[in-house]
Write a protein of this length. Structure first.
Length: 210
C-alpha cells in the first residue's frame, strides 16, 4: 500500500468518527445557537487547536513506540486494532440519538475558543482514539514521524473545520436535523462503527503479512 493510500484510509476513518454526533459537535452547535455564527466558528477553531494538540501527542508517542523491538511494536499495533474493533462494535450496536442540545450561556468569542480547546483536550476518549489509531497509519516505512504527523494533523483539523464549522454556520438546521431524524444519526454511528471494524481487520492483516 502506498503512502497516499494510507492517508486516504486515515481520512475516511477520521471523517467517519468526526461526523458521529458527540461532545465536540454538540459544543459547537450550542455556542452557535446561543452566540451566533461567530461564536460557533470560535468554538470550532478551539476544537481544531485541540486536534493539533492530539496530533503532536500522537507523534511523540509513535516516536517512542518505533524505538521498541519489532515484536513489541507489532503487539501494540494489534492492541490498538483490538480497541478500534471494540469501538466499531460498540457503535454498530448503539442507537445514537440526540434529544436536545442545551444552551451554553453568554460568552465571548475568546471564551468559546478556549472552552472548545479545553473540551477537546480533556476528552479521555480522544487520547484512547489517538493511541489506537495513529500508530496504525504513522509507520516508519513512510519516512519521518513528524512529516507524517503534519500530514495527518492537516487532515484532522481540515475535517474538523469542515464538519464542525459547517454545522456551526447552520446551527439551527443542524440541531433540527440531529433531533428530528434519529434514524439518520443512528445510521451514521453504525456506518462509522463498521468502518472501524474494517480498519481493525485490515491492520491485523497488514501486521500478519508485513
Amino acid at each position: 500500500m502506498t503512502y497516499t493510500d494510507n492517508l486516504w484510509i486515515f481520512f475516511i476513518l477520521v471523517f467517519g468518527i468526526i461526523i458521529v454526533p458527540g461532545m465536540d459537535m454538540f459544543f459547537v452547535i450550542a455556542n452557535a445557537l446561543t452566540g451566533g455564527r461567530a461564536r460557533g466558528l470560535a468554538a470550532t477553531t478551539g476544537v481544531m487547536l485541540g486536534g493539533v494538540f492530539h496530533t503532536v501527542f500522537a507523534a511523540i508517542c509513535v516516536g517512542v513506540l518505533t524505538t521498541l523491538p519489532g515484536l513489541a511494536f507489532t503487539t501494540i499495533l494489534l492492541a490498538g486494532a483490538a480497541y478500534m474493533a471494540w469501538i466499531g462494535w460498540t457503535l454498530m450496536r448503539s442507537s445514537i440519538t440526540v434529544a436536545s442540545i442545551g444552551a451554553t450561556g453568554a460568552a465571548s468569542l475568546r471564551t468559546a475558543f478556549g472552552q472548545g480547546f479545553i473540551t477537546c483536550i480533556l476528552n479521555p476518549k480522544a487520547y484512547m482514539f489517538t493511541l489506537a489509531v495513529f500508530p496504525q497509519f504513522m509507520l516508519p516505512r513512510y519516512g519521518s514521524v513528524w512529516a507524517q504527523a503534519f500530514a495527518m494533523g492537516v487532515i484532522t483539523i481540515a475535517v474538523q473545520g469542515g464538519v464542525y464549522g459547517g454545522l456551526g454556520l447552520a446551527a439551527a438546521k443542524s440541531r433540527d436535523f440531529l433531533t428530528g431524524y434519529p434514524a439518520v444519526t443512528m445510521s451514521i454511528g453504525r456506518v462509522a462503527g463498521a468502518l472501524f471494524v474494517a480498519v481493525a481487520l485490515f491492520t491485523v492483516w497488514r501486521a500478519g503479512v508485513g
